[in-house]
Design a binder for this molecule. Structure first.
Ligand code: F0G
Length: 448
């Protein structure tokens, strides 16, 4: 059992701290129900002496695992043997320095970077997590899998499932998913179940279904997902010449990414591979701002793992009593009971993080700005730039801080929001199409 020695699953609740073999398929601690983490015995892992050593893998990128933007860093997520590792070429994403948006925000022009995770095979960052989680699924011999989703998880799961030969069922909230994403799940052959409810209802149902039928669960409750998502941070560091930025800005939904990023930096610091940890800003939409409310108003903290569960329970009881359902045009982050809440609190602790919420109007304007000057993104991703604007105005982020915003999903995921914003003149960057008669002279007059 050599692998067991390198990695194990461990309950994040310090009062429990139960440990389990990585060959088990568990999504919550069987003893106390808390979240599970993957922990490594670093002495037994082949961790390089410095991060830049990973650059050597570029010389052998004809090998799929060295080409993968996830598995290129496999020594930092060493939980399964190479023959089980799954890759479809994920993680070929770029960190774009964006001077135009920086100037627009009043930042020093060379200080803003956009990490384009929309360039992944299914068009979102989820593929980083799925490469890792499907490797685990293959390792444990899973034959059927499932997820709940606001859209991108379902697209990514459906793509990886068919490439690994697993049966796949995805649960989505009826009317709550952008068409680009729904079209992918159907096209990639997933059984798509539309529940009359929101994401949180789907999340609850899928866990029950997975327990009942023994399906492999691919939501970010699955700790192996987060191991893959750590690599987004490694690639940002790589693109900055193996240096860390001052800030990472990320949208917050189910809080898998923020949790994974915090874990990535905690581990790199413990390993002595970085000398400082960047700060983390997590941006909610105002219509789905559980994290912001709990952290900023209810003062919920990680507290060395002794999270005040009563604050969370009372908060959720109130949501239930009010029949609250979250609403935002950024449907990807339309979530009010984020499953990784506690791990995210840990990330905030590790990275001295901040949390805030932005309005749908701010999100749409920021999205159009990114479209005009960058490679484009879906609404949830644009929450980063909308949030950064606030952080600059409040003096939390300095004009010359180096900031990396994670643009989580591709612009084509949600064409409706984009078309409506421009066509209906919904904001300051609207660029509506112009009606023209089928007449050359009239058309020429219109060209500007
Ligand atoms: N951005 C996009 C484009 C997403 O699809 C999601 C989550 C997030 C941000 C939030 O990330 O959950 O790690 O905080 N989408 C999930 C889904 C929930 O089902 O596709 P998170």
């Amino acid at each position: 059992m050599a692998m067991r020695d390198v990695a194990l699953q461990k309950c994040i609740n310090p009062g429990c701290a139960a440990e389990f073999d990585c060959r088990q398929s568990l999504f919550k601690c069987p003893h106390c129900g808390d979240l599970l983490d993957i922990q490594y015995n670093w002495d037994k892992a082949a961790v390089p002496g410095k991060l830049s050593d990973f650059a050597n893998r570029w010389a052998s990128r004809d090998k799929p695992l060295d080409f993968s933007g996830v598995w290129r860093f496999r020594d930092l997520l060493d939980f399964c043997p190479d023959n089980h590792k799954v890759t479809i070429g994920e993680g070929q994403t770029i960190l774009q320095q964006n001077r135009a948006i920086a100037e627009h925000l009043g930042m020093k022009p060379d200080c803003l970077f956009l990490q384009y995770e929309g360039l992944n095979p299914s068009g979102s960052f989820k593929d980083n997590g799925m490469a890792a989680a499907f490797s685990h699924a293959v390792m444990v011999g899973a034959t059927s899998c499932a997820c709940a989703s606001t859209g991108n998880t379902s697209a990514s799961v459906a793509l990886y499932a068919h490439s690994c030969g697993l049966k796949c069922t995805v649960f989505i909230g009826s009317g709550r998913i952008a068409f680009g994403k729904l079209s992918q799940a159907m096209d990639y052959g997933a059984q798509t179940i539309q529940i009359k409810g929101d994401f949180d209802d789907c999340m609850r149902q899928v866990q029950a279904v997975c327990m009942e039928l023994g399906l492999y669960l691919l939501n970010s409750l699955n700790p192996f997902r987060l191991e893959g998502q750590k690599t987004i941070m490694y690639r940002i560091i790589e693109a900055l010449g193996w240096d860390v930025p001052d800030w990472i800005v990320v949208p917050g939904g189910n809080l898998g990414n923020s949790s994974a990023f915090g874990k990535a930096f905690l581990e790199l610091k413990q390993l002595g591979l970085i000398d400082r940890v960047p700060r983390l800003a997590i941006i909610n939409a105002t219509g789905a701002d559980t994290l912001t409310d709990l952290v900023n108003n209810k003062k919920l903290t990680w507290n060395n793992g002794q999270v005040n569960q009563k604050i969370i329970d009372d908060y959720y009881a109130d949501l239930t009593a009010r029949h609250f359902s979250p609403h935002t045009c950024a449907s990807a982050i339309e979530i009010s009971r984020p499953v990784n809440l506690k791990k995210c609190l840990r990330a905030i602790d590790v990275c001295h993080g901040v949390v805030l919420a932005v309005t749908d109007q701010e999100i749409c304007d920021a999205k159009a700005l990114i479209g005009k000057f960058g490679l484009g993104c879906e609404p949830a991703s644009a929450a980063t730039i909308a949030g950064l604007k606030h952080l600059l105005a409040d003096g939390v982020v300095a004009k010359d801080d180096r900031v990396a915003c994670v643009l989580t999903g591709h612009a084509l995921k949600d064409p409706n929001v984009t078309v409506n914003y421009h066509k209906d003149n919904q904001g300051q960057f609207s660029n509506p199409p112009i009606e023209a008669p089928n007449d050359l002279a009239e058309i020429i007059k219109l060209i500007r």
